[in-house]
Ligand binder design. Structure first.
Ligand code: FAD
Length: 567
């Protein structure tokens, strides 16, 4: 197919801009006359991003029926859940990545890939502006325009600094493979620097002070990995560092791992304290300089500064500038992520789909869904529910939208969650009515920033698979546009709406112990869950090649320990 491509060069005032067209699709360049469109040609699907959402979509798409193009600044898929293991050399960076060309080769070459980043989406003209992610040449970076029939935005998110001064310049993030590699080098740097002969004790301590900001799963897992690396490998090689090394974990909220069951949170906090990790909850970072990190205590407003050797910033996700620009263009302002309907179509843009970390299902739709669950639970249509019915309905809602549970927890609407958790059948209708009102008013205050589905690989992958299935059936459904009777009606889509199925989550805590929280409030913490973690993560690898590499890395670590060379 690559031979059939025709590249047309268009010179514009900003420099050499290349517009892409292709003889096998019907696309013109810079707004071709739509009357000339040959509808017998395949429709072009343009996918932006090769992360969890984009790659799962590609793997499941029947690419023979579309003209598929992929644009991403990295030519590989990265298994992000193992990134914390890369920071300390438990697994190697190359073991967790799969070249995207390997994945598309298995699709009989029906897909083409360009290593570039999209910097502008022009929804009105159905065009995407891209720029090569290769090093700049003399004329600047190569730019080109691609047109599309369907656009799939799966560009993920970037690290969120909350505009805290000095974070961009002085902290490490843990989002990409390069970040994990930089952290690994930086850890060893700190240890080597601390051994230099001309340093005072204070300077050695400063170099060996590792600060992790953010008590979410990534921050906690990194702190645990680092603690293991230091205890199991580094102190043997740097004996003088043994009593000087310190790990501090800063969390602005009251607890770490606040999206997990409170038993897991309590276990993790106790474990960290026992192992000497300085856990400081209620501590908000207000500034980072090249030498110190300043925090403000939430309780008493006290400000303090701590010298550090290395800081890793892991406080959640923020919006990519290109997505922000696109949201402004389509009137989705004041939002953190793109709002889609339940079919993952960007609200107001029929042929644009968004999935993964850069998107969320619109709040209005979620509220409709929640009301429908309550209405269904109200079998006798009396307008009230028994406690049992109420608990079951809430359970349903929280399983479908795990973030609702987290939101309620954070807003201290604890009694509702406790009611749900206790599950003690009780027919006290009065209190239930009150709680339904409380619940509804709490939810109606959910701001438009809220992402109802968590920003996880699990959500992104399920969305990618769902959308691929819709695309695979598109032709069939177009012949029969009405679809099944229950989906008919204005504004409805031809497919079943997307439904997230929560399969549980892990929090590795170091020392070969993991916390696992599976659906139905099933919680397990300890060594057995660690083995479950190993099996799940080995099975979830995208190829046999990476599976072999990861398992070999784990075995190597068991036998020889982690490598501490600074390469
Ligand atoms: P990503 O996987 O981030 O992919 C985004 C893609 O878009 C990338 O290919 C990127 O190169 C590309 N892109 C970026 N900018 C552009 C552009 N301008 N133009 C075109 N393409 C672009 N989730 C779990 O479920 N379990 C876990 O254990 C877990 N652990 C994690 C650990 C870490 C350290 C991190 C960082 C995340 C973890 N996650 C985990 C979350 C999970 O990785 C994300 O939710 C998931 O990657 C989201 O998928 P995505 O496809 O939306 O984005």
């Amino acid at each position: 197919p690559s031979l059939s491509k025709v590249l047309i060069l268009v010179t514009v005032s900003s420099g050499g801009l290349v517009a892409y067209s292709d003889s096998k699709s019907h696309h013109g360049v810079n707004g071709a006359d739509s009357s000339q469109i040959d509808t017998t040609k395949k429709k072009r699907v343009l996918v932006l991003g090769t992360g969890w959402a984009g790659t799962t979509f590609l793997k499941n798409l029947d690419s023979s029926t579309y003209d598929v193009h992929v644009v991403s600044p990295r030519n590989y898929f990265a298994f992000t859940p193992l990134l914390p293991s890369v920071t300390c050399g438990t697994v190697e960076a190359r073991s967790i990545v799969e070249p995207i060309r390997n994945i598309i080769r298995k699709k009989n070459g029906d897909i083409s890939f360009w290593e570039a980043e999209c910097f502008k989406i022009d929804a009105k003209n159905k065009k995407v502006h891209c720029r090569s992610s290769q090093q700049e040449n003399l004329e600047g970076k190569e730019e080109f325009i691609v047109d599309y029939d369907y656009l799939v935005i799966a560009m993920g998110a970037r690290a969120n600094t909350f505009n805290t001064p000095g974070v961009e310049e002085n902290c490490h993030f843990l989002k990409e493979v390069e970040d994990a590699q930089n952290i690994r080098r930086s850890v060893i740097d700190c240890f080597e620097r601390s051994c230099l002969p001309n340093l005072s004790e204070e300077e050695r301590k400063k170099n060996l002070h590792f600060v992790v900001v953010g008590g979410g799963p990534t921050g906690v897992e990194f702190a645990a990995e680092l603690h293991d690396f230091v205890r199991e490998d580094l102190v043997k090689l740097y004996p003088t560092a043994k009593d000087l090394v310190k790990i501090t974990l800063l969390e602005a909220g009251d607890h770490i791992l606040n999206m997990f069951d409170k038993r897991i949170t309590a276990f993790a906090e106790e474990k960290f304290q026992r192992e000497g990790i300085d856990l400081r909850t209620g501590s908000m970072v207000i500034k980072v300089t090249d030498k110190e990190i300043s925090t403000k205590e939430r309780v008493n407003g006290e400000i303090s500064s701590i010298p550090y050797g290395m800081v890793v910033w892991s406080t959640g996700i923020g919006t990519r500038p290109v997505i922000m620009d696109f949201m402004r263009q389509i009137g989705q302002t004041n939002r953190r992520v793109l709002a889609t309907d339940e079919w993952l179509r960007v609200e107001g843009c029929d042929s644009i789909y968004a999935l993964g970390d850069c998107a969320t299902i619109n709040q209005r739709k979620v509220m409709e869904d929640i009301s429908a669950i309550f209405n269904k639970a109200d079998k006798d249509k009396s307008g009230t529910l028994t406690l049992k019915e109420f608990q079951d309905a809430l359970n349903d809602i929280c399983e479908r939208y795990p973030q609702v549970e987290l939101y309620l927890k954070n807003k201290q609407v604890k009694n509702i969650i406790d009611l749900m958790k206790d599950r003690q059948g009780n027919d006290n209708k009065e209190s239930v009515e009150l709680d339904i009102e409380g619940f509804k008013s709490a939810l109606s205050q959910v701001d438009s920033q809220m992402k109802f589905l968590p920003a996880t690989a699990q959500v992104a992958a399920q969305e990618g698979k769902y959308l691929a299935r819709c695309f695979n059936e598109m032709e069939e459904r177009e012949k029969n546009p009405e679809g099944p009777p229950r989906f008919r009606g204005t504004g409805r889509h031809r497919f079943r709406p997307f439904r997230y199925k929560h399969l549980g989550q892990f929090a590795p805590l170091g020392g070969e112990q993991t916390a696992a929280q599976l659906p139905g409030d099933w919680v397990s913490i300890g060594h057995s869950s660690q083995w479950l973690w190993y099996s799940v993560y080995a099975s979830k690898q995208v190829s046999w090649r990476t599976r072999m590499l990861v398992v070999t890395d784990w075995t190597r670590r068991f036998v020889f320990g982690r490598d501490s060379s600074r390469i």
